[in-house]
Write a protein that binds this ligand. Structure first.
Ligand SMILES: O=C(O)CCC(=O)C(=O)O
Length: 167
């Protein structure tokens, strides 16, 4: 039988297909649309430490307290179920963000470790990545570098990579 905990411990990630219901997905899409309708205020420089790229790549972060239903979802039973199935009994929210890339604008995002963006020493944490649009190889899905943690159970030093160098 497929055991999410075993898979997560072995490879460092797990895929939960169709785990959100229509209402949960719709709630996230609605919040994202509301945030997208706000003016772009990131400066649009897009260098490696300035992750927003104007309207072609937006990072809409730390806004769950403005959206009570979003907050209830993030701190609610579905997220708890996902996190607990990965062997984590108690969790707290470190960050939440919507990442939105404009279509046909080449707003790729370079290979990185999310932890490198935290900016201070921190304990390991789990990222839950949810696709709000259907994604595939052609329209820019997320890639994860596979790793066998049974043989390579250490953190590789992070290397900053320019977005333009990404395939
Ligand atoms: O959407 C991407 O290209 C990467 C997003 C990401 O790394 C994140 O949300 O933590």
């Amino acid at each position: 039988m497929h055991d999410p905990l075993q898979v997560f411990r072995k490879q460092g990630f797990e895929v939960f297909e169709n785990i959100l219901d229509k209402d949960e997905l719709s709630l996230l899409q609605t919040c994202c649309d509301a945030l997208l309708s706000e003016p772009v205020d990131d400066g649009g420089q897009g260098d490696i430490h300035k992750i927003g790229l104007g309207s072609s790549r937006r990072f809409l972060s730390h806004r769950h307290t403005d959206f009570p239903e979003l907050e209830a979802f993030l701190l609610g039973p579905k997220m708890a179920k996902i996190i607990q199935s990965l062997g984590i009994d108690e969790a707290m929210l470190l960050n939440e963000q919507f990442v939105v890339k404009g279509s046909g604008q080449g707003a790729r995002f370079a290979w990185h470790q999310d932890g490198a963006y935290v900016g201070f020493e921190h304990r390991p944490y789990v990222t839950v990545w949810i696709a709000l649009d259907d994604t595939n190889l052609d329209n820019g899905c997320l890639y994860i570098l596979p790793r066998n943690l049974e043989n390579e159970n250490y953190l590789e030093p992070h290397k900053w990579q320019d977005d333009r160098a990404t395939n």
